[in-house]
Design a protein around this ligand. Structure first.
Ligand code: SF4
Length: 376
């Protein structure tokens, strides 16, 4: 069983980000109280099992002070049983991570950090409107390791417009020097509701060059593979099996509870989506109401979500499971398409499992959508 907490505050809006957050932190302590209340109200959402992972995401959860973080963790302890070896991750930005903060996080029980580094190159950080500096990006990992947090993931962004691939190669080299066990690397995408989205519309920036992005993806995957990282999901690389247990649970369709504004929950049959508005979220919780919309999943939803997430992972998708989820429609609809994909070197199959080839990983979402089954 898995718990996600969305902390919807950031110090500054990154130009590419379309997550739910606010830079106005006046309501931070009220928000913490509201999230704690939601934990109590939703303690029965999942079958009574131990929490195997807890994930503080956002937003910027490293903006929580010790008292706020401890209050949320204590509320979780009071309402759920937490597995002894639970993975407890906190997303953090480098500018928040000084030595005192890192010792506090370790003391509170955070045993995994996901640090939003994105790049070690100052002009790229400035272009993305990241608040931290290249020096802070380098230093925070070392300080975290000194504080005893050794399970560290860093985020990188590739396909940032550049003349060549030198900056990406330097970013990868710096990431490798830091001796982290996990790297998440995302292609820069331009979403409409962001600063970049509006600049693109006004032609102040160019769209991302797909060929450039594909070449950067190849450089990234081959450099990380050479250095012992396993690409266990398209954008995620781990050493020594230090996978993100929390994110793997999403990709493997396990039930989870998400609390906080904009958080989603999934119990195997339906999804719930919390309102993405801080003041409305707090007001609803004040009245002991959960401001969520409910969606019952259809046969097609369940099959297609399994395809979309499963195909991105090294575990692939199981054909028996696809037949079960689709009520026998999967093969009837897809036998010829799968054959073509196999002939074109995009997928391979082994013991009823379909996995993407390295070439197929470049087109993961399109391959999944080509296999989607139709609604009845
Ligand atoms: S990328 Fe992270 S730090 Fe930047 S605005 Fe989005 S949530 Fe906040």
């Amino acid at each position: 069983m898995h718990l996600y907490l969305h902390i919807p505050f950031c110090r500054q809006a990154c130009h590419y980000c379309d997550f739910h957050f606010s830079t106005n932190t006046n309501a931070k302590s009220e928000m913490v109280k509201a999230i704690a209340k939601e934990i109590v109200l939703r303690r029965e959402y999942l079958p009574a099992q131990k929490l195997e992972t807890i994930y503080f995401g956002g937003g910027t959860p490293s903006m929580l002070d010790k008292q706020e973080l401890d209050h949320l963790l204590q509320t979780i302890h009071d309402n759920f049983e937490i597995a002894e070896n639970a993975e407890i991750t906190l997303e953090a930005n480098p500018d928040d991570l000084d030595s005192d903060k890192l010792y506090q996080l370790a003391e509170s029980g955070i045993n995994r950090l996901s640090i939003g580094i994105q790049s070690f190159h100052q002009p790229h950080l400035t272009f993305l409107n990241r608040i931290h500096s290249a020096t802070e990006a380098e230093n925070c990992v070392r300080i975290a390791q000194e504080a005893g947090i050794t399970n560290i993931s860093i985020d990188l962004i590739y396909a940032i417009p550049s003349e060549d691939h030198t900056v990406l190669e330097l970013d990868i080299a710096k990431a490798l020097q830091l001796n982290v066990s996990h790297i998440s690397a995302y292609c820069l995408t331009i979403e409409p509701q962001t600063a970049f989205g509006s600049w693109l519309k006004k032609k102040k920036i160019q769209p991302i060059d797909e060929e450039f992005a594909a070449r950067q993806f190849e450089i990234l995957t081959s450099s990380l593979a050479k250095n012992g990282f396993e690409q266990y999901e398209i954008s995620n690389f781990a050493k020594n099996d230090r996978y993100s247990r929390h994110n793997s649970s999403y990709w493997q369709q396990r039930p989870y509870l998400g609390v906080g504004p904009s958080a989603h929950s999934y119990n195997g049959n339906s999804r719930e989506y919390n309102i993405a508005n801080n003041s409305k979220y707090i007001a609803a919780l004040d009245l002991n109401q959960i401001p969520a919309t409910y969606e019952e999943l259809t046969t097609a939803d369940r099959t297609n979500e399994y395809l979309l997430t499963g195909l991105r992972t090294k575990w692939g998708v199981n054909t028996d499971e696809l037949e079960r989820l689709s009520n026998g429609k999967f093969w009837i609809q897809n036998e010829r398409i799968l054959n073509d994909m196999f002939q074109n070197g995009l997928i391979h199959t082994k013991e009823k499992v379909i996995v993407l080839t390295q070439a197929g990983k470049l087109f993961a979402d399109r391959i999944a959508s080509d296999l989607f089954i139709d609604e009845d």
